[in-house]
Ligand binder design. Structure first.
Ligand code: DOR
Ligand code: ZN
Ligand code: ZN
Length: 354
């Protein structure tokens, strides 16, 4: 048995308010615990999107009643909310700017809207962006105008990771995350997954892109799941929405890479705990740890997962390393496949910030 820190996932979609048939604050945070994650930062592309005090309170009230791990909620940037967002900043995980098309209505088309947020949002609060390809280069430039830190979500392509390397070499304050699905899957997996199930943004990339992520591991600050649950009926339907569930498969996949010598355990702890805590200015969780059976080999099965999605793109994968027990703030919250924490045990880690 190996004792590891409670992991921090800075990028999850909890779907509440608005789409609790996909996930809610209970099922999503239960999935987090099953994956050894004790703190999640929730994205704002819910229904309604989280863009002002009223919608923020809607999400936080659901989380307060249902969450079983600790959490914070992102605010979404709109063309109108730059000053309101900045006022709410201390109560949020950070600001998310959607700069390319993805799931939901939040998207900033006009670069002057990006600038308004880059100028207003407090320097010390996290600012994360969905920016692919040339959009990523553009937003790095604009953040540099304001000399402000910027976090780049789910980097998936060779040109992106190399631009981030170049930005870091020039002293720009950029950090980035990579998802397990972009590390372990590529467009070659699309036929086996099926078109609808393989839909994800950023899309699965070429094997060369995937290899570039592994070759530039030193540039990758965080692992983040981008846990984006949609039901099988939706994924197999006529207009499949993009997104994969990932909370319960990330750690086993990463630990399997450790067993295979592709990563070290320190690589995982640094990117899935130490760096997220530092970059997103998150509090320590005292008396919090995860017990993993590092020898246990098992097969990933969608039907055994706690996420409401009910499927996984890693169906049938044999992995090594199983989460046996999770202790959060001194309380046993998960053991042998069962969530023991009562709904509402999770805390908003930004709650005292006023
Ligand atoms: O695949 C994705 N799904 N990418 C995103 O950026 C959004 C997410 C979602 O919310 O479903
Ligand atoms: Zn995104
Ligand atoms: Zn996302």
């Amino acid at each position: 048995m190996v004792q590891l820190p409670g992991f921090i996932d800075p990028h999850v979609h909890m779907r509440e308010p608005g789409a609790t048939h996909k996930e809610d604050w209970y099922s999503g945070t239960a999935a987090a615990l099953a994956g050894g994650v004790t703190m999640v930062l929730a994205m704002p592309n819910t229904q309604p999107p989280i863009t002002d005090a009223e919608s923020l309170n809607l999400a936080l009230e659901a989380a307060r009643q249902k969450a079983v791990c600790d959490y914070a909620q992102y605010l979404g940037a709109t063309p109108e909310n730059a000053s309101i967002a900045a006022e709410l900043a201390p109560q949020t995980a950070g600001l998310k700017m959607y700069l390319d098309h993805t799931y939901g209505p939040l998207r900033l088309a006009d670069m002057t809207d990006w600038m308004a947020h880059l100028a207003h949002w407090p320097y010390e609060m996290p600012l994360a962006v969905h920016a692919e390809g040339r959009t990523l280069a553009a937003v790095i430039l604009l953040a540099a105008f304001f000399e402000r830190p910027l976090h780049l979500c789910h980097v998936s392509r060779r040109e992106e990771i190399l631009i981030i390397r170049a930005a870091k070499e020039r002293g720009l304050k950029v950090t980035c995350e990579v998802t397990p699905h972009h590390l372990f899957l590529s467009e070659e997996d699309i036929p086996a997954l099926g078109q609808g199930r393989a839909e994800v943004r950023p899309a699965l990339a070429s094997p060369r892109d995937r290899q570039a992520l592994w070759d530039n591991l030193d540039v990758i600050d965080c692992f983040a799941t981008d846990h984006a649950p949609h039901t099988l009926a939706e994924k197999d339907g006529n207009t499949p929405p993009p997104g994969f569930p990932g909370l319960e498969t990330a750690l086993p996949l990463l630990l399997t890479a450790v067993a295979e010598g592709r990563l070290t355990l320190e690589d995982v702890i640094r990117r899935y705990y130490v760096n997220p805590q530092r970059i997103f200015r998150l509090p320590a969780q005292p008396e919090t740890w995860v017990e993993v059976d590092s020898e246990s080999t098992w097969e990933i099965r969608g039907e055994n997962l706690l996420t409401r999605a009910g499927w996984t793109p890693f169906e049938g994968w044999r992995v090594r390393g199983r989460v046996m027990r999770v202790v959060l703030r001194g309380t046993e919250v998960y053991r042998d496949g069962k969530v023991l924490a009562v709904p509402g045990f999770g805390r908003n880690v930004r709650a005292n910030a006023m």
